[in-house]
Design a protein around this ligand. Structure first.
Ligand code: NAD
Length: 322
């Protein structure tokens, strides 16, 4: 069983990867995790509760875009879960190159190594690979939706998914893919919507909103994403793709207003700024395959999860105010 195994988590010093390591090691009493992370600006080794897990956890600073480095680590593990990526759309618009290296070449290197040593692989991907839905429709993405990425970030993630699928089909590697909707929760970099809004609000800085703020994102708590990945590792069918969401569509502006409400701050802090070029209007995922096949469902209601997350960042950032 996967519980007793040695899992390589790549990108485990970032937002979702660190939450996954904490979730997994707390829940499973046996088995161990090796975390390979390049430690970019988005990473923080202390996101992982390494003091609690010191005998079952190891961090190695390495780059998945370095084929030799990554192969020498992969050959000794039982399973690889790849979170490592450049993850911020705005950065990809300014400078796509690191996205090509980490999100595409890095995945190619992992695929080559798991093929050579016949190792189970799970690729973490995003709903952004499917492009954008009309604002006023009930349409959702599912496992049959065509790929239509619209910015360099989502294009590199889409390209990586395609490569994983081709390795499953051509070489029969033991791989799965999950495409998840927008995550929120602790350990997210301050460049992202929720932590940025909290930071600006408690400092009484203006809160920039792209365009009309009517864009829709489908939000899931990071720990619900982690339990979905766990379900796929334990019960997922090899070769399959699973879409993950908590069926929770929210307009960006409404998320910001909820945050201001939680913090008791005035909506006059909101400042509308010109829209991101090629900004996707709406993402929405239909998770019925993972719900039905793997008996998975999310457990954290948005208002509750958002309140805890906002309070977490507010206390973290208020240290700067003292
Ligand atoms: P993040 O930016 O917080 O963390 C990414 C981590 O990967 C960082 O620790 C970084 O140092 C590391 N990394 C980057 N390039 C690397 C490389 N070449 N070699 C080794 N490590 C490298 O991102 P995140 O939000 O935690 O996203 C993790 C994964 O989940 C990404 O693949 C992303 O596409 C996917 N995803 C994210 C969301 C979301 O809402 N955040 C939703 C769906 C899918």
């Amino acid at each position: 069983a996967i519980e007793n195994k040695e899992i390589l988590v790549t990108g485990g010093a970032g937002f979702i990867g660190s939450n996954f390591i904490n979730y997994w090691l707390k829940k499973h009493q046996r088995g161990s995790i090796v975390n390979v992370d390049k430690l970019t600006y988005a990473a923080n080794p202390d996101y992982v509760d390494h003091k609690s897990f010191s005998d079952r956890y190891e961090l190695i600073k390495a780059d998945i875009a370095n084929a030799k480095q990554i192969e020498s680590i992969i050959k000794d593990v039982d399973c690889v879960v790849n979170f490592a990526a450049e993850s911020h759309v705005d950065n990809s618009i300014k400078s796509p190159e690191p996205f090509i290296r980490s999100n595409y070449v890095g995945v190619y290197n992992i695929l080559e190594a798991v093929r050579k040593y016949d190792i189970r692989f799970h690729q973490i991907s995003t709903d952004e690979v499917f492009g954008s839905l009309p604002l006023d429709s009930s349409q959702k993405f599912d496992e049959h939706s065509p790929y239509a990425p619209r910015n360099p970030y989502s294009a590199t993630k889409a390209a990586a998914d395609m490569l994983v699928r081709s390795y499953i089909n051509t070489y029969g590697i033991k791989a799965t893919i999950s495409n998840c909707s927008n995550n929120y929760g602790p350990n997210q970099h301050r460049e992202k919507l929720i932590p940025k809004t909290v930071y600006n609000a408690i400092h009484n800085f203006r809160i920039p909103i792209y365009g009309s703020g009517r864009q829709i994102r489908d939000w899931i708590h990071v720990l619900d994403h982690c339990s979905a990945i766990e379900a796929i590792l334990e019960r997922g069918r090899i070769g399959e793709t699973y879409l993950v969401s908590a069926r929770n569509e929210q307009h960006n502006i409404d998320v910001v207003k909820k945050i201001l409400g939680i913090l008791g701050k005035d909506e006059s802090l909101i400042e509308y700024v010109s829209d991101r070029p090629g900004h996707d209007v709406r993402y929405a995922i239909d998770p019925k395959k993972i719900e039905n096949e793997l008996d998975w469902k999310p457990s954290i209601p948005f208002d509750e999860g958002l309140r805890d997350t906002v309070n977490h960042y507010a206390s973290l950032f208020s240290n700067d105010l003292r």
